[in-house]
Design a protein around this ligand. Structure first.
Ligand SMILES: Cc1ncc(COP(=O)(O)O)c(C=O)c1O
Length: 393
């Protein structure tokens, strides 16, 4: 698959891109889909009766349907376009009706996006419980069984850690949530781009993810809601109503209810094209390919003296995201050296996971994250570069 795929990312002629967990590169067909909207049928959606507006509206609607198909939600729930995972999670935090004494259960692995909205709810008397993984980033189901109780309204957990690459036991968690009557929100920011997803099989009530991490344009994200009637819209205004009078309003049905104002039309259409692209590659094939790369990366890093890898050293049950440090060196220095010496882009720092960094007793890490356009040769170049840096720091 690789040569054909790489040709769609001309930027790869100049760099080795290993920061896809932050944002992925954008293939030419997606760039073309965004440009196509502006060039050929630029009009607002859900408003005009003229033909151009009808075309834009249909394509924007089609993009929602493509995303629904991508996550196995063709028949169930509602796919709402947001600007990112963060907005999607906030829409759940603001859209559920909370009572004082309600409880949210989350974990120490979470990105700040899946912490701060729940911290904010403390102002409404909502309690927050945090389940810790072990030092490899793995959970004991018994810890969730103990944490989830009668007051638990919602369990909010990341599907895949953006620091350690480990996959959380969502299906098992879903069974506990069902038994205890709690809702389950899955942060799929790092799973939707890399793992075939099916909301029915996951058994969640909300799935949040970012289009820009899965080949889509920046400013795109998704909230899938199993029961849209159980969620209040967060934003109010044009485009989301059926009727308005001076006495009140009636909300529109479908995703429009949650997408007030003019949406990111070009972005949404671009996201639909990204989904087509991933489907053409095949998510099963993509996952198997990335697993091979991740194994090579992990084993290589573990063989370099002075490198400390954080999280599980087991190459299975994870995606191609690996965090490490070299001796006592500053992760930002290592990232700069990788860029300057070899044109390799990696993220360094706390990765928006400060509570996890504290738990691991580090200020930050270097994080490599791979995607379908990376190659074994690139992984080998990266390992060689890390080896040379480890010799001099
Ligand atoms: C696990 C996880 N959740 C949430 C987010 C937030 O995504 P966004 O910045 O697109 O809102 C990220 C981003 O890195 C992430 O990795």
């Amino acid at each position: 698959m690789n040569e054909r795929v790489r040709a769609d990312f001309p930027i790869l002629k100049h760099i080795i891109y290993m920061d896809s967990a932050a944002t992925s590169l954008t293939p030419e067909p997606v760039v073309e889909a965004v440009a196509g909207y502006y060039r050929d049928y630029n009009a607002n959606v859900g408003r005009g009766v003229y033909r151009l507006s009808q075309v834009a509206s249909q394509k924007y609607k089609d993009a929602h349907e493509k995303v629904a198909g991508f996550i196995g939600a063709k028949e169930a729930g509602e796919v709402i376009f947001t600007k990112n995972t963060t907005e999607a999670i906030n829409m759940v935090a603001y859209g559920l009706k909370w009572a004082s004494g309600d409880e949210v259960v989350t974990t120490l692995l979470e990105h700040h996006s899946n912490f701060l909205p729940w911290f904010k709810l403390r102002e409404k008397g909502v309690n927050l419980k945090i389940v810790n993984p072990n030092r490899s980033g793995e959970f004991k189901i018994a810890d969730f069984e103990a944490a989830i109780g009668d007051s638990t309204r919602l369990v909010a957990i990341t599907h895949v850690s953006n620091v350690l690459g480990t996959i959380s036991p969502i299906k098992e968690l879903s069974a506990i949530c069902k038994e205890k009557g709690a809702l389950l929100l899955v942060d799929g920011a790092q799973s939707a781009p890399h793992i075939p997803l099916d909301v029915e099989k996951l058994g969640c009530d909300f799935l949040a993810f970012s289009g820009h991490k899965m080949l889509g344009p920046t400013g795109t994200g998704v909230l899938w809601v199993k029961d849209p009637d159980g969620l209040e819209p967060t934003f109010f205004g044009g485009g989301m109503i059926e009727k308005v009078s001076v006495d009140g309003y009636e909300l529109a049905a479908g995703y429009e209810r949650f997408e007030a104002g003019t949406p990111n039309i070009a972005g949404g259409i671009g996201l639909g094209r990204a989904v087509d692209y991933l489907n053409d590659v095949g998510m099963d094939k993509l996952q198997a390919y990335e697993e091979r790369l991740a194994k090579r990366l992990l084993e290589g890093l573990l063989n370099i003296e002075a490198v400390q890898v954080y999280g599980s050293t087991n190459p299975s049950g994870r995606i191609g995201v690996v965090s490490f440090n070299i001796g006592g060196s500053n992760p930002h220095d290592v990232a700069l050296m990788l860029d300057e010496a070899s044109g390799i882009t990696v993220r360094s720092g706390h990765h928006c996971c400060m509570p996890l960094m504290n738990y691991l007793h580090v200020e930050g890490t270097v994080r490599v994250s791979l995607y379908l356009y990376n190659t074994e040769e690139e992984v080998d170049k990266f390992l060689k570069s890390v080896e040379s840096i480890a010799r001099v720091v």
